[in-house]
Each structure stands twice: as C-alpha cells, then as structure tokens.
Design a protein around this ligand. Structure first.
Ligand SMILES: [Zn+2]
Length: 274
C-alpha cells in the first residue's frame, strides 16, 4: 500500500497551499481521492502520476468546488467510475457511498465514514489505520463548519478509531491523530465558549459576535467567520443556552431560578448589555 500526493495549483485563504489529491495504490491498482478543481495542468499531473496502472475509482470526500469538479471528466479519461456521498453542483457520482460502504482497490477495501459537519455530504475514507480526512480535519488549521453539533459528533467518532496517520484535504499529513483530533475538539469547544460569552455580554447580531470573537483575525476572513458563528449560534440555541429574540437579536436566556430569585438576592450577574 502506498499513498502519493499531488498538490492542486489552487492556494488561497480557504485552501491553504492548495487541495491535496491523493493516489492510493494497493498492489498496482489505484484510487484517486479528491481530484480537485477543473484545471488542465493538474489533470495532466494526475494522469501522468497514474501512468499505466489500473484506476479502480475516483472518490470525492465532499462536493465543494476545490475537491470534486474534476472527478467526472477525469474518471471518463481514466475509464473508471466515480464515488461520493451524493451529487453536488459540479459532481455526479456513478456510485453512492453511504456510511460503511466500501470501494475495492487491489485486494483491499477503502471504507466510507460519513462525517457531516464541514458539509452534510462529507466522507472520510479509511483503509486500516490510515484515514483520508478531506476537510473534516485539515493540516493543523481551523475548519469551516456548517453544523457544529454534527461536526463534534463526527470528530468524537474518529477519536474512537485506531488510527496511525491522517491524510487531510489541505496541508501536511498528520502522524499523531489522537492529539490532533483532541486539538480540534478543544478548539471547537473554546470557540463555542467565546461565542456564548460574547452573546452573554451583549453581542446581538452575527456581525457583532464576529467583531468580538474574531477581533484578531484579518477582516477579509470575517464573512467566512460569520458562517461558523451562525453555525455555533444555531447549536447554542438548540442546546437552550441562548435564544433568538426576533428584532432584539440573539440573547442569553435568563435561567429560571435566576429570574425568580428572591428579591434580596444581590449575587453577581453577568453583564447582559442593553
Ligand atoms: Zn477543501
């Protein structure tokens, strides 16, 4: 078993150095994982790297534009089927991969692990102790999350697996999976605490929360941060920690015992803002 990495020429604030396209070779047969954007030099680089090996499949971890659009044209050229959790804007899989479904490569099986959170259609792909993580875990940088609750559950699931190496969709490979997954869990929980604290101290809109929590982050990334903040606010509301007060915006609810506390109780109160 061998893993080769081909870096797509699409660096940027959302893609780091670019998308990692992987060739997984088992006994001279290959699977292409995340071919990336439609880009002719990258397509040539993949086809040349495959050489005269047989390609069993082109698989995508999710249908974002930096991962999936090259899949169908490349698979036609290589003469193999495409696999993914579901169709997307520029992706139409020949075979659907539900959780636990397998793609045969050589005498091995690549197993789909449904990991919603970054996107609803996100898969990680496992072969023994190695895991291709797509954008669920990136090479040490924070991940954009659409559904925080689902993302945390997906991380916890990976934390219970016996893994020795992760191959992320962006950035370098990861040799200490347990530590890195713990970091991601801790990072998400810390963000959640910061966002709850911002609402508790008076931030009412997504924009106001971003200004507080992402004060030290370049403003060009604030629209992206707003998406994560929105996802966190939804989870906090689902957990009953905050509520949406219509025109008043987001607010931290007053706990029932606090609201009905004895009149003489002058214990400390969180600053609830205007
Ligand atoms: Zn990506």
């Amino acid at each position: 078993m061998r893993v080769e990495r081909i870096l797509a020429p699409n660096p940027g604030p959302f893609t780091g150095p670019g998308t990692n396209t992987y060739l997984l070779d088992v006994g001279g047969e290959v699977v292409v994982i995340d071919p990336g954007p439609v880009e002719s030099t990258h397509r040539r680089a993949i086809v040349e790297a495959v050489g005269d090996r047989r390609t069993a499949a082109v698989v995508v971890t999710h249908t974002h534009p930096d991962h999936a659009p090259l899949a169908n044209p490349l698979a036609r050229e290589l003469g193999c089927p495409t696999f993914g959790y579901g169709p997307g804007p520029d992706f139409d899989p020949d075979e659907l991969l539900t959780d636990g479904a397998v793609v045969a490569v050589g005498d091995a099986e690549l197993v789909a692990v449904h990991t919603p959170g970054h996107s609803e259609d996100h898969l990680c792909l496992r072969l023994g102790e190695i895991l291709f993580t797509g954008d669920h875990i990136m090479g040490g940088s924070s991940v954009m999350v659409d559904d925080v609750g689902a993302y945390l559950r997906s991380l916890q699931r990976l934390q219970e697996m016996e893994l020795s190496r992760l191959y992320p969709g962006h950035g370098p490979e990861i040799d200490r999976p347990r530590e890195v997954i713990s970091w991601y869990l801790a990072h998400r929980r810390q963000r959640e605490e910061e966002i709850l604290a911002a609402v508790t101290s008076g931030a009412r809109t997504v924009g106001q929360v971003v200004e507080v929590v992402y004060a030290d982050v370049d403003r060009s990334l604030w629209p992206l941060a707003a998406r994560s903040v929105r996802a966190h606010l939804r989870k906090l509301a689902a957990d009953g920690e905050i509520r949406y007060g219509g025109e008043e915006g987001w607010e931290a609810p007053v706990a029932p015992n606090e609201a009905r506390g004895p009149a003489g109780d002058s214990g400390p109160r969180a600053n609830r803002g205007p």
